[in-house]
Design a protein around this ligand. Structure first.
Ligand code: ZN
Length: 138
């Protein structure tokens, strides 16, 4: 029995517990992240919550130097850019997340296929605190 439900808030609750959850369809074997009660592939409602290993590889990325307000408030700008990537989990599904510890100032050094492992970043204070998914090279 999982501690988490299909409620989208539980995806963030799991991240705060350092866990990456999603759903697995018992009908067609597809995975979804974040978790979805209706399978995005076969549209059956036979999904169960699963915990991903947190390992994956980089399949696409972009380095952002003109950030949206939330990221600007977190201290990112042209001098301190950040990387957002699409990560393909070893279980198959893809998710976008911030990529840490890569060469933001020389994006040409960031390699597609880099092996990554999940981590989290917490932003905000007290009750506004939110834990976000991130990855870093293994
Ligand atoms: Zn399915």
């Amino acid at each position: 029995m999982s501690d988490y439900t299909m409620n989208s808030k539980d995806f963030y609750k799991a991240l705060a517990d350092q866990k990456l959850i999603g759903s697995h369809c018992k009908f067609c074997d597809a995975y979804a992240i974040p978790q979805k009660s209706i399978c995005p592939k076969c549209h059956q409602q036979e999904s169960e919550i699963i915990e991903f290993s947190g390992d994956g590889k980089l399949v696409a990325y972009t380095v952002i130097s003109v950030p949206p307000v939330m990221m600007a408030e977190a201290g990112y700008d042209a001098k301190n850019p950040y990387c957002v990537g699409i990560v393909e989990l070893v279980e198959g599904p893809r998710i976008s997340a911030q990529i840490l510890d890569v060469d933001m100032h020389h994006p040409e050094n960031i390699k597609i296929g880099t092996q990554l492992r999940m981590t989290t970043i917490t932003r905000g204070e007290d009750e506004k605190k939110v834990t976000y998914l991130a990855f870093r090279p293994i």
